[in-house]
Structures are given as structure tokens and as C-alpha cells.
Ligand binder design. Structure first.
Ligand SMILES: [Zn+2]
Ligand SMILES: [Zn+2]
Length: 378
């Protein structure tokens, strides 16, 4: 029987071999309670919004990672926005207004589906500031991040027009920044935060990973990738390495009812099976190795740790939705968040003034068809 109890079965601890690495400077509760801890200077807090696979389940949203930093601006960054990930966001009590820096590792649907929620529905929840999106260029511009962003804007034409005159639409505005698909490059330097993108091997040109450096602490996010040297090089010296990890092909085939050939293709040709993830972790030696984008299913958890352990003996965590890492000087603390499932969007400050567009004309046929319920009901 596994010592790891997943959250969907009532487990309250993170699935970690070593929840406390180093010596945290302040004492904290065993479970992360959103809203109860101020970020300290030099701290990076990483919350897994989505830990799962393209086939979303109630227990695991598709891929997404939220990063908050303890600078005076309290900058917030989101890396990928898989389906269901924003359902985990509100419970963390991070202001919806702070969601304006979006980094996309690649454009597989399981990493971007909730981008529509961010650009449409979350504007109605109170987002006022324009969004910036960073993501891979492509050898075919039609597959680049700028084209994706532009086409989603077009696809949301009805949604965005529907807000005119009712809610401010400044939050629907977006700027796309394409990052190189073939070389490592610093792509963001603001308020003491540096973000570097590096190419990874996944499906097509255009898949990238990211490294976030703030005040001496660093987190690396692989996106989806096969084991790749560009990542190993970019990740050297990092505190937390979040690396995609798949079940071994045979186990994956069993769980997914896939033919073994298909499972081998998915796991070994496009992704990183657990033993290979162990090899990457061993080459990087982060303070904490986080396995992400992996099935968290009772009965299959030990297979992930056993796989990683074939090549890596350091601290390791299997990410679930709402696993939280506090990266501070000299320590990485790993916990599960306990959230209120009915917590509504928290509104924080915005830099954009609140203003309304001109309302569009009402369709003429509505006058006859609308039921005047207010006068009927008094
Ligand atoms: Zn992918
Ligand atoms: Zn994926």
C-alpha cells in the first residue's frame, strides 16, 4: 500500500518525498490556507492550477502553473492555461485583476483551453488591464503564438462585443510576444524578475520552457518535452524544476486502455517517462524535483516515484492540482492548498481606468419578443 494519499481520496499532504527542503525562515501551517500568508521579499510561490492530462478529470485540470513573486509589485505570472485550471484559481484568493502576464509553453489544446476563459469570462469578473502573452514562434507563422492570439481575439468577437456598454472591455486587449523556437533567450526583465525561454523537443518547432529568476531564487517549467539538453543547460542551479513526467508506457497503456504501440509513441516519442525524468532531475540537481502533467491515480502513484528513483535520489514531488511550493532563500516548502470551492473572484488593483464603450443598438425584434417580467411581477 502506498504511503501517498492523493487529494481526491482526502489526502491533505503533498505527494512529496521531502516536503521541507532546507530551513524555511518562518514557521508555516502544514496545509496552505489561501489568504493567510503574505509573500516575503525574495519569495516565489508556485501553485499548480492544473496537473493533469488532455483528458480532463474532476481531480486534475489540464496543465497550468501560477507563479507569484514577493517584489513590491507582487507580480503574478501564469504558465499555460489548460482546461479547468481557472476553476482552481479563485480558491487561491489571488486577485483576478493580477492575471495579465501569460506564458504559453506550446499551443496544444490541453495547455490553452482556459485562455478563452481568461480573455472573455474573467473580463466580466473584473479584469481591467490588457494582457500580454509570451509563447513560441514557429517555422510556419500560421502556427505561431501571435497567430493563435489573433485568431482567438477574432473567435471572441461576439463575446467581446456583448460587453460593450455593460462592462469595461480594456481587459480584452492583448499583445503577443513571440519567443525563439530554436535558441535560449531572455524574454522578460521587469521589477526584478527575469524570465528566460528555451526550446524543448515536443511535437513541432515552437514548444518552449521557461526559467523564472527573482532575487536569487529560481523556478524552471518544462512545458511538454522529451528529455532535452537545452532544458538541462537552462535549469542549472535552479531551486525548483517542474518537469513533465509520464507514467511508463506499459502502465500508461493499462490505465488509458491504449494499445501498447500507441502508448509508447505518446510517452516515449513526445514526452518524458518517469525514469527519464529521473535522469533529467539528476543532471540538474534542483532543490526540489516536481513531476507534473502526470496521472495522479491511486494504485499508479508508486510507479511514478519508482521510475524517477531509478536515476535520481533527491527530493521529489508528484504535483496534484493545488500543490503549492514556497521557494525562499535556502528552502523549498511543499504543501497542498485547502481552498473554499465556492470562493468567488477576488478583485485587486488595476492600472487601467474604468470606462465603458458605447452600447451597441438593441435588435428591433426584441421589443416584441421580450417578456416584461418586471411590470408583470411588480
Ligand atoms: Zn503538448
Ligand atoms: Zn500536454
Amino acid at each position: 500500500m502506498s504511503k501517498f494519499v492523493p487529494a481526491y481520496l482526502g489526502g491533505t499532504a503533498a505527494l512529496s518525498t521531502e516536503p521541507v527542503v532546507g530551513s524555511p525562515d518562518v514557521e508555516r501551517s502544514d496545509v496552505f490556507l489561501p489568504g493567510s500568508e503574505e509573500l516575503s521579499k525574495g519569495e516565489i510561490r508556485v501553485s499548480i492550477l492544473g496537473s493533469g492530462l488532455p483528458w480532463v478529470t474532476k481531480s486534475q485540470a489540464a496543465g497550468s502553473v501560477l507563479i507569484e513573486v514577493g517584489n513590491s509589485e507582487r507580480d503574478v505570472f501564469v504558465f499555460d492555461l489548460g482546461a479547468g485550471s481557472l476553476a482552481n484559481f479563485s480558491g487561491l484568493k489571488v486577485p483576478v485583476t493580477s492575471l495579465k502576464n501569460v506564458f504559453l509553453s506550446h499551443l496544444h489544446a490541453d495547455h490553452v483551453a482556459d485562455y478563452l476563459t481568461l480573455m472573455g469570462s474573467y473580463v466580466k469578473a473584473g479584469r481591467l488591464d490588457p494582457v500580454e502573452v509570451w509563447g513560441g514562434a514557429s517555422d510556419d507563422p500560421a502556427r505561431g503564438t501571435a497567430t493563435f492570439v489573433d485568431l482567438i481575439q477574432q473567435a471572441l468577437a461576439w463575446d467581446h462585443a456583448s460587453m460593450a456598454g455593460y462592462v469595461p472591455t480594456t481587459g480584452t486587449h492583448v499583445t503577443a510576444h513571440e519567443v525563439p523556437y530554436d535558441r535560449t533567450e531572455t524574454i522578460y526583465e521587469r521589477n526584478g524578475v527575469t524570465i528566460t525561454s528555451f526550446p524543448v523537443i515536443h511535437a513541432l518547432n515552437g514548444a518552449v520552457g521557461f526559467r523564472i529568476d527573482y532575487d536569487g531564487q529560481s523556478v524552471v517549467f518544462s512545458g511538454d518535452t522529451k528529455p532535452t539538453m537545452t532544458l538541462v543547460d537552462a535549469a542549472q542551479g535552479c531551486d525548483l524544476l517542474i518537469h513533465e513526467t509520464f507514467l511508463p508506457a506499459e502502465t500508461f497503456a493499462e490505465l488509458m486502455s491504449f494499445p501498447i504501440e500507441q502508448a509508447r509513441m505518446v510517452v516515449n516519442e513526445a514526452h518524458t517517462p518517469a525514469n527519464a525524468a529521473g535522469l533529467v532531475f539528476d543532471m540538474v540537481q534542483p532543490k526540489m524535483a516536481a513531476m507534473w502533467h502526470c496521472h495522479v491515480v491511486d494504485g499508479y502513484i508508486d510507479a511514478v516515484f519508482e521510475g524517477v528513483r531509478t536515476a535520481y535520489s533527491g527530493a521529489a514531488t508528484l504535483c496534484q492540482d493545488l500543490t503549492v511550493f514556497n521557494v525562499t532563500p535556502g528552502a523549498v516548502l511543499t504543501r497542498q492548498a485547502k481552498i473554499d470551492p465556492v470562493q468567488q473572484a477576488v478583485i485587486g488593483p488595476s492600472t487601467t481606468e474604468r470606462s465603458l464603450d458605447k452600447r451597441l443598438p438593441t435588435p428591433t425584434w426584441w421589443a416584441d419578443a421580450a417578456i416584461d417580467w418586471q411590470s408583470k411581477l411588480g
